[in-house]
Design a protein around this ligand. Structure first.
Ligand code: NCD
Length: 352
């Protein structure tokens, strides 16, 4: 693995190797105290974050490395009009690994084209969030023993929820997973995710009601309605508070259900659920730190590499207003296929 941009790029064997290292770290943390000694992580957070930013920092410090970065882009040269390319060229000269969160979809992929060191996507707009997925899979594997054959409910804002998109890509690598996609119609998964699921022949249903499917689930992954991604505030108003998991609703659920949430929670899980043994979201956040430790011991120890020349683009070919190519016009016109359809290689939107 050179970068971690999209969980779909990882093979199942690569994930298993990462999980083995993560398990070893959880069981014997002292053995990994110096695994990144002398290594430096740059943490570029162009968007708010608590868990991801802190857990990456804690992870790097716990494996003996050091960290610099920002959590507010207004304090950087981006505010003076510097391009992402220039920021990455410079930062990748100072650090051994770059962790980046950015509000634009495809930003991490764009950064990886110019970086001399591995880039880790810590969230790119409403697109992907693969390191949250490492937390999610670690939680499921550690608490259920295996991911194969589970029935997984994904509930909430499946359109804008990047953690869900990455998790679907990851769960597709396992055998016999059943997907219950629970969302209002206007917040259903994006077309590229649906096309991906169909192409892979995955078992999935799309429903609007939470209560009817709860009894079938092994994992219920709740998500927040992503207010900051809505262009139309009325659409947010229509959908906020639409799903609220309560202790009463859990009465019909399996005894070994895992209730997960990437956090932050707004109101989609009532506080009375927190003390139910099936609620594992705070443990999930801690597992995320261990998974990031495992990831950093691999990526921060790689040799620097010249990324080579990149074709200079002539402006966006993709019409997604949130795509990184809309603001960084020099990016090359990269295309990939999703389910036989031409899509933007940065944000996955279909090209028309
Ligand atoms: C998620 C994110 O940033 O996408 N948070 C996280 O990283 N744990 C989920 C969210 O913000 O709703």
């Amino acid at each position: 693995m050179r970068h971690l941009i999209d969980f779909g790029d990882l093979t199942r064997a690569e994930w298993e190797a990462l999980y083995q290292r993560c398990s070893a770290i959880m069981d014997h943390p002292a053995d990994f105290m110096d695994a990144c000694r002398g290594r430096v992580m740059a943490s570029l957070f162009y968007e708010p974050s608590t868990r991801t930013n802190f857990s990456f920092q804690a992870a790097m410090l716990r494996v003996g490395g050091t960290v610099f970065g920002f959590a507010d882009p207004r304090s950087t040269s981006t505010a003076k009009g510097e391009t992402l390319k220039d920021t990455i060229k410079m930062v990748s000269g100072y650090a051994d690994v770059v962790v980046m969160r950015n509000p634009k979809e495809g930003a991490a992929k764009a950064a990886s084209l110019y970086s001399n060191v591995p880039v880790i996507n810590a969230g790119d707009g409403g697109h992907m969030h693969p390191t949250q997925t490492t937390a999610d899979l670690t939680t499921i594997t550690r608490l259920r023993g295996s991911v194969d054959g589970l029935s997984v409910g994904l509930c909430g804002d499946l359109k804008n929820g990047r953690t869900v998109h990455s998790l679907i890509k990851a769960l597709a690598k396992f055998e016999g997973v059943k997907f219950y996609l629970i969302a209002p119609r206007e917040l259903a998964v994006p077309e590229y995710i649906r096309a991906f699921m169909k192409e892979r022949g995955l078992w999935f249903v799309e429903v609007t009601g939470l209560e009817t499917v709860i009894p079938q689930l092994d994992v219920l992954y709740m998500t927040r309605i992503q207010r900051e991604r809505f262009v139309d505030p009325l659409e947010y108003e229509r959908n906020k508070g639409i799903y609220v998991l309560t202790r009463r609703k859990l009465e019909r659920a399996r005894q070994n259900l895992l209730v997960m949430h990437p956090l932050p929670r707004v109101d989609e899980i009532a506080i009375d659920v927190d003390d139910d043994p099936r609620a594992v979201y705070f443990e999930q956040a801690r597992y995320g730190m261990f998974a990031r430790m495992a990831l950093l011991t691999d990526l921060a120890n790689q040799e620097r590499m010249d990324p080579g020349a990149v074709e200079i683009g002539k402006g966006p070919v993709c019409s997604n207003p949130n795509c990184i190519t809309q603001t960084e016009h020099y990016l090359p016109p990269l295309v990939k296929q999703n389910g036989g359809v031409d899509c933007c290689a940065f944000c996955d939107a279909q090209l028309r």
